[in-house]
Design a protein around this ligand. Sequence first.
Ligand code: FAD
Ligand code: NAI
Length: 466
Amino acid sequence: MAEYDYDVLVIGAGPGGYVAAIRAAQLGLKTACAESGATLGGTCLNVGCIPSKALLNASHHYEAAHSGALAKHGIKVGQVELDLPAMLADKDGAVKGLTDGIAFLFKKNKVDWIKGLATFQDAHSVDVGGKTVTAKNIVIATGSSVTPLPGVEVDNAKGIVVDSTGALALEKVPGHMVVIGGGVIGLELGSVWRRLGAQVTVVEYLDQILPGMDGDVRKEAAKLFKKQGFDIKTGTKVTGVSVKGRKATVSVEPAKGGDASVIEADVVLVAIGRRPNTEGLGLDAIGLAVNARGQIETDHDFATKVPGVWAIGDVIPGPMLAHKAEDEGVAVAENIAGLTGIVNHDVIPSVVYTHPEIAGVGLTEEQAKERGPVKTGKFPMMANSRAKAIRDTEGFVKVIADAETDKVLGVWIIATPAGDMIAQAAQAMEFGASSEDIAYTCHAHPTHAEAFKEAAMAVRGKPIHM
Ligand code: FAD
Ligand code: NAI
């Protein structure tokens, strides 16, 4: 009889966990995945990436039709009506299609889905819903959940003070939505409800929105969001939220001190970040401590300090992004199988799926300058022929290169398809490209990607179209 029930047990079926499980099974390892949620796919598929992108797309179409913006293309639209229940149902359909798809992939790859909450008993055995499951290797992929704001009670069912999950299912377009936190969630979901008719105020503690992004991008993004109608209050802290009937009152004061004031709201979205899920996992039973940020530390192979126990995704340090979790899922399975699984954490793109999209990979100019002299090249979408042809010219491409070696250190893009454009930048950086390599790569015309080539030309001198 085998010593363990499984070669690999993955805890959590988000993008990190389900990918790790599938890859492990593909590599011939007997694999199971414990998931406490009713469906597979974790935060990303159920209440994150997928439903938010479905609503961003639908609300973009609605705004284009409703705002009269199509008229400039010679398209006259009659009366446009919002059918919010249908829009939400369509979003739910997209989620169901994808989560069912993971269940299908589990079956196809012979991954056992063990339903229930997993708690460690020792380094090779876990209690899942009252049943003990043993495995030679256990991968912790429990993800993250919303960081609470002390003194502010979220009640998604009531729909007044909500987190991102609640904001994906509001039954009515709020008159005024106050978003606490000018990060990715605040701007994406704020965009959805603004496009559908809400007035949106963003309250951000820091003096700029979008922490972690390049300085030029943060400044330009704030300008664009204000132009779209967002009221952005930076350098402002929320001291409390009270609810009376169907209205909320948000108490704010300047972050650096000063007079307090209040903002009335129909809906308050709390989006101040996410924290790793380790509570209830029984890490004490295996002697595994978390760091000061509540994360599980691993080595380069995603092994924790406890032999046989590995960790990936939002629960470990690094950006909390689905593709980072997925790549770590592949790598950890390969490492368990005795192969060499590597993730290059210096080249992880990030995208904000607003309109225009905002994307970056590698270092910001500020970070790059701390390491040594840099050259930068910037090309405005205003001078890109495709952007001009489709009358959508906001944004720019910025390339940051090492002043001595010309190696590309970072790329930042604001453009309608920035999320797709950044893949080329990531690939170039993964291959160690110089700005010259990009400038001399033939790009199809007319494409938005030509702006990347021209920004690379700008690093080395002059682009053609500017
Ligand atoms: P998760 O997806 O959080 O999955 C963890 C799973 O583990 C969950 O299903 C949970 O139920 C389960 N679990 C936890 N504890 C246990 C236990 N003890 N036993 C059994 N099961 C357990 N990222 C992007 O890259 N692009 C985006 O566009 C994007 N949009 C987002 C939009 C929103 C609104 C949110 C909230 C997040 C978004 N993210 C996006 C972030 C992305 O969802 C996460 O980075 C990603 O889901 C992390 O994957 P993971 O596998 O580490 O964890
Ligand atoms: P975030 O970290 O992006 O932004 C949170 C913002 O809240 C920051 O700007 C922070 O300064 C601010 N803040 C913190 N405390 C505050 C307070 N008390 N008052 C006012 N502002 C305060 O976190 P967010 O938006 O909640 O997203 C969580 C995670 O989900 C992110 O790590 C992100 O990577 C991931 N995500 C990714 C998406 C994507 O890739 N497109 C989309 C949505 C989420």
